[in-house]
Ligand binder design. Structure first.
Ligand code: PHB
Length: 371
């Protein structure tokens, strides 16, 4: 019998044994408890259903009220939020899975309605994003941000540290720093959104300073082999761009390599869009980094099998397929048909379109949704 593709074989992620190399990508679903933004029983069920992923990366979770950009995304800055997440991590572990939490500060991708006292969202520079967020009023334009004072930056790093501590308390296996998709760290990294003239703007080194300060501060809470980071070198998500992403991310990844992080998780191409959105040499990042390389964006089963066999990636992250297929790993293993996600229930709401997608076994008994 031919051996299984490597994609389905175990992987040692810095001492953490993953059952396979399929990663559940972070997915914003906006079902945290209204008012407290704490994870709840419905979320427990959703993550439990998906625990056969080799690794789950949780939906992005704000490290502070200031870091929130959408209604009912979960936080990880209060004791109550940590208790909610503990229920999730216990359920995933009981089901044999592993889970990292994605730590998030949205920066300018927010709205005054979500900020304490109706304050302006913060950003490296006071440049409004052509992007939308959702509030109690539905999808709305982002609010004009204000530029952070240099004196405020240590406070933001301290918020990451506080969230990293609560993440340990909540029983996660590690943390993923969200430095992608045009949120705060990516806004600092890229020159279209960072016009600062202090030590956090200008040169590539300066623009990567905040990200690396966050990494170094979190590395005092978590061992470096339990810290990953998500990057999106060329993605235009949330209205960001850089004049030389190859140089920028080449520098950043060399710095991350020196810090011996567990992994870099790279969105290849445009987030939720074309993989060939802009030319970029991803293999150069992989070569510069000794930890694991998680590839993401629009992978089919065959592409994922091939990427891992060829050594282009150690692990492959799937996003939208995990929304509609709790047993995605089993379906990929068997090359079975996939359920189609319903985009009307992506953000907010209850169990519908969240915890009611059938497994193969359930579909065999009752062939609904399967196509
Ligand atoms: C989204 O809400 O669509 C979203 C959130 C975080 C991301 C990307 C997309 O990194």
């Amino acid at each position: 019998m031919q051996s299984e593709p490597k994609l389905f074989q175990p992987y040692d992620l810095g001492g953490l044994r993953l059952a396979n190399r399929v990663v559940m990508a972070p997915l914003t679903r906006a079902r945290a408890t209204a008012g407290t933004d704490a994870a709840n029983e419905l979320m427990v069920e959703y993550y439990r259903q998906r625990a056969s992923a080799g690794l789950i990366v949780s939906e992005a979770s704000q490290i502070s009220r200031q870091g929130q950009g959408y209604l009912q995304t979960p936080g990880v800055y209060t004791e109550e939020q940590a208790r909610g997440w503990r229920l999730v991590t216990d359920a995933v572990h009981e089901a044999g899975g592993k889970i990292f939490i994605q730590l998030w500060h949205v920066g300018r991708i927010s709205h005054v309605d979500l900020q304490a006292g109706g304050a302006a969202p913060v950003a490296p520079s006071a440049i409004q994003a052509k992007s939308r967020v959702f509030t109690a009023q539905g999808f709305v334009e982002t609010s004009p941000p204000r530029a952070l004072e240099a004196e405020e930056i240590p406070g933001i790093v301290a918020d990451y540290v506080h969230a990293a501590r609560l993440s340990r308390q909540a029983g996660f296996d590690g943390v993923e720093i969200h430095a992608a998709n045009g949120y705060l760290l990516d806004q600092f990294q890229k020159d279209a959104t960072n016009h600062r003239t202090d030590s956090y703007g200008g040169s590539i080194e300066n623009r990567c300073r905040l990200t690396l300060e966050v990494v170094d501060a979190i590395a005092k809470i978590w061992p470096s082999d339990r810290i990953g980071i998500r990057l999106a070198p060329v993605s235009p998500a949330n209205d960001v761009a850089d004049s030389d992403p190859q140089a920028l991310f080449g520098y950043l990844v060399r710095q991350l390599d020196a810090r011996r992080l567990a992994y870099i998780h790279v969105i290849e191409g445009a987030t939720q869009g074309a993989r060939d959105f802009a030319p970029f040499d991803y293999a150069a990042l992989r070569k510069a980094f000794r930890g694991a390389y998680i590839a993401n964006n629009g992978f089919s089963r065959d592409m994922a099998v091939e990427a891992v066999e060829a050594g282009a990636a150690d692990l492959v992250a799937f996003g939208r397929p995990f929304i509609a297929n709790p047993d995605l790993v089993e379906r990929l293993r068997r090359d079975a048909a996939l359920n189609t996600p319903d985009n009307k229930t992506f953000y907010g709401g209850g169990a519908e379109g969240y915890t009611d997608y059938p497994t193969l076994a359930a579909s065999a008994a009752q062939p609904v949704r399967l196509h």
